[in-house]
Design a protein around this ligand. Structure first.
Ligand code: ZN
Length: 125
């Protein structure tokens, strides 16, 4: 698992990148201001959805995209037992060391998502 970067709010850098990509898509289609931007963020990316949405607002505040909204879909990682096939429940941010059912080491799946899913924008005035 990657360690969290020491700089504060790396969400700002990620929001900047999402914004750049979203604008590029809008420009390609002769679009005007952005409306809704949908992203999927996995648990293992160490990105806080709230901070990302906040960073987006700060970033677009004084631009023609000020009224756009970033929608973050949080994708939790799943711990799966390769021995008995269970996917035991766990609290967010906490990891189970072993399968509570059979004691086998659990495998982690998913949680790596950091994808721009969909962008909508208004007509250019
Ligand atoms: Zn098991």
């Amino acid at each position: 698992m990657k360690k969290r970067q020491p700089e504060k709010m790396h969400e700002v850098g990620i929001a900047t990148e999402i914004y750049r990509m979203s604008r590029a898509i809008a420009e390609e289609h002769g679009g005007g201001p952005l409306e809704d931007v949908f992203v999927r963020v996995g648990e293992l990316t160490a990105v806080e959805p709230d901070l990302l949405e906040f960073a987006w607002q700060a970033l677009t505040m004084e631009t023609p995209d000020a009224r756009s909204k970033l929608h973050v879909e949080y994708c939790p990682a799943v711990q799966m037992c390769q021995s008995c096939g269970q996917t035991p429940e766990r609290a967010r941010g906490r990891w189970l060391p072993l399968c509570p059912n059979c004691g086998t080491l659990l495998k982690v799946e998913g949680g790596q998502e950091l994808d721009l899913e969909r962008v909508s924008f208004l007509e250019k005035e």
